[in-house]
Design a protein around this ligand. Structure first.
Ligand code: BJ8
Length: 430
């Protein structure tokens, strides 16, 4: 980090010693996993910079935004519409955490057998290590999986700023109408919090900003279909992770610039691996920053990850919002319709996800699918059964992995992934 931010971190009550330790570990991990990659696009310099300033410059920017009267809204789920936050001039920040931090503290509140993502967001707060949580004015939870639902009650007691949206678990008429009401209630809540009225013009403007971000991510995703892929899965994952907390307009510009470079690479036949290298699709639970574990194993074993069927991946940007509305009420209808196209395993039935796995496997020319579930993530662990059946039916090899954020199983996972890639190649060459 270029600047000394100690004063800023201290003013928001971070645990300075623990925070220094965290940044040291993160910097080392980033060097080892990211900066050691060969043949990276030049456009990744921006994302490297963002990571190097993840608790520095970006926090300073958010501080400045707060000073100018803006409110900061933290979210944990792609069902929560960012458009509404931007329409009240708010700053929207994803708060999911992807590192094994503060688990001992978290386990004083939640059972050991809780998924790592939940333990990490509780752990980061309890250990005083997350500047984003400290800067939020409102933290938005949602009734998705049972673990999150109950964890938000605890998080609410700890932070006093949790607001929960009730997400249905079926997409029938009643579910749709309930979710539409919830989005309206959230819009009212944001207006009350910020004192800003949502107008059709503001909602349209914010919809264009978020749609432009989605389009840039769609473009990046499409380019990964090239053989060889012009970008590593690790770098693409990082960009998706950064999309949850960077300034959306700047992020879109930088992602599009990177895509221009990737298009030139494809034209020149250049990529991150040799043409014909093994290609893998990863499908399942979201990988919050800095969870790079599985991608690092797969790419360290000689394959390229060509897509993420995940919320930190296509589930987040697959569908654009229909901007054809002229009133706030119509806009809310569109927001609710769009978000219900997201195929989270918390829904039943959830056949769209199976269709999307097949579509992505074919479009991205993946020769194998690795199903990734965080340990104790019941929705995705359960859905792995149907995912396997679906992928088996199209004759593509399938590997099911359940893991957490610890490094203890790295050796075992590397062996399993290595054997899977060998089998995948044998089949591809048959
Ligand atoms: S739309 S995937 S972001 S809920 S990993 S906490 S599901 S036990 S994160 Fe998610 Fe929204 Fe669905 Fe996406 Fe629970 Fe599983 Fe933990 Fe999870």
């Amino acid at each position: 980090m270029a600047k000394d931010y100690t004063q800023m971190w201290s003013s928001i009550g971070l645990n300075l010693k623990g925070h220094d330790g965290l940044l040291t570990v993160l910097t080392e991990a980033y060097k080892g996993i990211y900066l050691s990659q060969k043949n990276r696009p030049k456009g990744m310099d921006y994302f490297d910079f963002v990571i190097s300033e993840v608790h520095g410059l970006r926090i300073e920017e958010i501080f400045e935004a707060k000073k100018s009267g803006k409110k900061v809204i933290g979210t944990f789920c792609v069902y929560v519409p960012e458009e509404l936050v931007l329409a009240v001039d708010g700053v929207c920040i994803g708060l999911c955490a992807g590192a094994d931090v503060g688990a001992d503290e978290a386990e004083k509140y939640v059972p050991r057998n809780t998924c790592a993502l939940i333990k990490a967001f509780l752990g980061f707060k309890l250990a005083g290590l997350c500047p984003y949580v400290e800067l939020t004015d409102l933290i938005v939870g949602e009734t998705t999986c049972d673990g999150k639902k109950k964890a938000y009650e605890i998080f609410g007691e700890i932070t006093n700023k949790v607001y929960v949206m009730e997400l249905p678990h079926k997409k029938g008429v009643d579910g749709r109408s309930m979710w539409r009401n919830e989005i309206k209630r959230f819009a009212d809540k944001l207006e009350e919090l910020t004192g800003n009225k949502i107008t059709p013009e503001k909602l349209l403007e914010s919809s264009r900003i978020v749609n432009a971000k989605r389009k840039a991510l769609q473009r990046l995703s499409a380019l990964r279909a090239a053989d060889p892929s012009p970008i590593s899965g690790l770098d693409a994952l990082l960009i998706n992770q950064v999309s949850f907390y960077d300034d959306p307009i700047r992020f879109t510009v930088k992602t599009n610039e990177l895509c221009d470079e990737l298009e030139a690479r494809i034209k020149a036949g250049a990529g991150v691996a040799a043409k014909g290298s093994p290609r893998v699709l990863i499908s399942g639970s979201p990988m919050a920053i800095p969870n790079w574990k599985l991608h690092a194993i797969v790419e360290g074993s000689g394959a390229t990850v060509v897509g993420e069927e995940s919320c930190v991946g296509e589930r987040n940007f697959r569908t654009l919002l229909d901007e054809n509305f002229s009133s706030v009420e119509q806009g809310i209808d569109k927001l609710s319709e769009r978000s219900l196209t997201v195929d989270c395993a918390c829904f039943t039935p959830n056949t769209e996800r199976l269709d999307n796995i097949v579509e992505m496997t074919k479009r991205l020319k993946a020769q194998g699918v690795i199903h990734y579930a965080l340990q104790f993530c019941t929705p995705y662990m359960m859905e792995a059964f149907k995912a396997k059946k679906t992928v088996d039916a199209i004759g593509v090899p399938f590997l099911r992995i359940e893991t957490d954020y610890s490094m203890e199983d790295m050796g075992q996972l590397t062996t399993r992934v290595g054997a899977f890639l060998e089998m995948m190649q044998t089949r591809a060459n048959a």
